[in-house]
Write a protein that binds this ligand. Structure first.
Ligand SMILES: *[C@@H]1O[C@H](CO)[C@@H](O)[C@H](O)[C@H]1NC(C)=O
Ligand SMILES: *[C@@H]1O[C@H](CO)[C@@H](O)[C@H](O)[C@H]1NC(C)=O
Ligand SMILES: *[C@@H]1O[C@H](CO)[C@@H](O)[C@H](O)[C@H]1NC(C)=O
Ligand SMILES: *[C@@H]1O[C@H](CO)[C@@H](O)[C@H](O)[C@H]1NC(C)=O
Length: 534
């Protein structure tokens, strides 16, 4: 049975959330009226938090009690040269009164009594989180001081970063109680679990897997395993957990192998994952869990990235040649494409300088392939987005982040694996996407790219903000209709183009899927499990 958030116990809070949603709508309306703004968006269901003055963006500080100019944090003036945040008000429409009114508005919105997602975070010992980064609190210091951005404990770089979701979310929660850090106000940490909408478990499980999954010296168990077992013991003994059998708990397990030993014991919780590839449906599924983007490893490209003519490579792929499960399709595609003109298809690691090279390659390509590897997802998709290279997704089992608010068919091409390996199909299809169509997708890519950025402090509608939004939607059961529509849209474009190109219906509408083994949680692949899915 699929655990569902709609079982009894959630009803009253859903009613409450309904009320909250209504009052929020009123609030948004009033602020729109107040600011005479015509451009607003309800993307994450939160009121916009920034205003633009002289090409800069000012973010308002949550829960600030000071008045007048103090509310503008000098450190908060962030350049928006990449143009990725919507204007709330245009520079010439600003008056100091309006700014003041808006500020008042913000203070109300950020109040814990209001509509934002209230999160209780367990004060787990540091060995579960920042201790894994080598941080040691002084005295009884439970958490690092996050008030000075340049003193926050750093997360290890390189490929560890792609699963660093745990780090950014935890930092953001800590910042929500730190007046000097300016961030969007879509979630806030509360001190009392009985006031919380959800309970956050601050275990850096991906780092724990990456760093400590092998027993050291004479240890029987790895630190990773020991931490997981301690966590289960801790959680299942808590009243907060027993209250709803853990349904309102958020557990981060972005690396496909993180939490491997105990995931089945905690399956009632809401997981934040990269995909469901290594999970039995009973333990994790799209009904209760959240898909979060990988942190891309290539550099974010500027807004003025190369256009259609500035990208000489038609199709780009770089990655490992041999992958188990769905991964054999990479080989098939390699033999189909390797000798084609304008196609860059090579196998190799992107470690070290490879990352820079891959970034340059993607930024010089029109289409970037995202082919299923040993898991349905990989950070290559997010590297492509950061490079404004139109992603071509060939992964039948992929789940996409934020699909309830993003229609990926506007900026990605989806191709069924069984179609992609038909001779000539892929090339013909992509050659059939001409400058106009491609440019539309590229424009859209540039608009959505900021939703996939992890950063500290978090900014409106970036990845952290979007994840809180996704959690809010999940617990309030905000309509899943857009989600379904967006999913249905995935293949519409491909089928349309295939038709135009004279590819016969039978050729592009094969619904028979490639056999795909799904691993039931654990065992089997221990040795060969690659640490980094690249
Ligand atoms: C914006 O720029 C104009 C002229 O460049 C200046 O007079 C004005 O004070 C600036 N406004 C703010 C809020 O910085
Ligand atoms: C804002 O940016 C535009 C174009 O980027 C520039 O033309 C304009 O002078 C800038 N305005 C200010 C006040 O810096
Ligand atoms: C933040 O930390 C950096 C480096 O330690 C220091 O140079 C800077 O002055 C600090 N900023 C504030 C506002 O304390
Ligand atoms: C948390 O809130 C509940 C109900 O509002 C209250 O009974 C309880 O004492 C609070 N606990 C703490 C630690 O403040």
């Amino acid at each position: 049975m699929i655990p569902s958030m709609s079982e009894k116990g959630m009803k009253p809070s859903r009613y409450l959330l309904c009320l909250i949603t209504m009052s929020m709508s009123l609030l948004i309306l009033s602020s729109v009226f107040l600011l005479q703004s015509t451009t607003t968006s309800l993307l994450t269901g939160s009121v916009f938090k920034q205003i633009h003055i002289n090409n800069s963006t000012l973010y308002f500080r949550p829960n600030s009690n000071s008045n007048s100019n103090e509310n503008f944090n000098p450190g908060s003036v962030a350049s928006t040269s990449n143009g990725n945040v919507q204007d709330l008000i245009t520079p010439d429409s600003i008056t100091s009164k309006e700014v003041r009114d808006f500020r008042e508005e913000r203070r109300t919105v950020c109040d814990t009594n209001e509509d934002i997602l209230k999160i209780f975070m367990y004060d787990l010992p540091s060995e579960f989180h920042f201790g894994l980064l080598g941080w040691n609190g002084e005295g009884d210091q439970m958490w690092p001081d996050v008030s000075n951005v340049s003193r926050v404990p750093p997360y290890p770089g390189g490929l560890n970063l792609q699963h660093s979701i745990e780090y950014w979310l935890t930092l953001d929660l800590l910042a929500s109680n730190t007046p000097s850090v300016v961030r969007p106000c879509s979630a806030i940490r509360v001190e009392n679990a009985s006031q919380a909408d959800v309970i956050f478990v601050p275990f850096f499980s991906s780092l724990s897997y990456n760093r400590h999954s092998k027993p050291q010296g004479r240890e029987r168990k790895s630190i990773n395993r020991m931490l997981q077992e301690k966590l289960v013991e801790f959680l299942t003994s808590r009243d907060e957990w027993k209250r709803q059998d853990g349904k309102d708990h958020i557990i981060l397990a972005h690396h496909p192998n993180s939490m491997l030993d105990v995931r089945k014991n905690l399956g009632s919780a809401m997981f934040v994952l990269a995909d469901f590839g290594r999970y039995p449906t009973k333990v994790a599924n799209i009904e209760k869990d959240i898909i979060a983007p990988y942190k891309h490893v290539v550099r974010t490209i500027n807004e003025d990235s190369a256009d259609f003519d500035g990208r000489p490579i038609l199709i780009y792929f770089q990655g490992a040649i041999y992958r188990k499960d769905g991964g054999f399709i990479r080989q098939e595609l390699y033999y189909l494409l390797k000798d084609e003109k304008d196609v860059h298809f090579t196998f190799g690691s992107v470690r070290g300088n490879g990352i820079n090279k891959a970034g340059q390659g993607m930024a010089s390509s029109k289409f970037c392939l995202n082919i299923a590897g040993d898991t349905p997802s990989s950070n290559r998709l997010f590297d492509a987005i950061a490079s404004h290279c139109v992603p071509v997704i060939i992964s039948d089992e992929i789940e996409l982040p934020f699909e309830d608010v993003l229609d990926y068919s506007e900026f990605c091409i989806f191709i069924r694996a069984s179609d992609a390996i038909k001779e000539g199909f892929l090339l013909k299809l992509l050659q059939g996407i001409k400058r106009d169509k491609w440019t539309k997708m590229w424009d859209k890519l540039k608009k959505v790219a900021h939703h996939f950025e992890y950063q500290y402090p978090s900014q409106p509608e970036d990845a952290v903000d979007m994840i809180w939004g996704a959690i809010s939607h999940r617990i309030s059961s905000i309509s899943s209709v857009p989600f379904r529509l967006h999913r249905e849209n995935r293949f519409r474009l491909t089928e349309g183009i295939a038709k135009i190109n004279g590819l016969k219906k039978e050729e592009f509408l094969s619904h028979n899927r490639l056999p795909s083994k799904r691993e039931g949680g654990r065992g089997g692949r221990k040795k060969k499990q690659s640490k980094n899915i690249l």
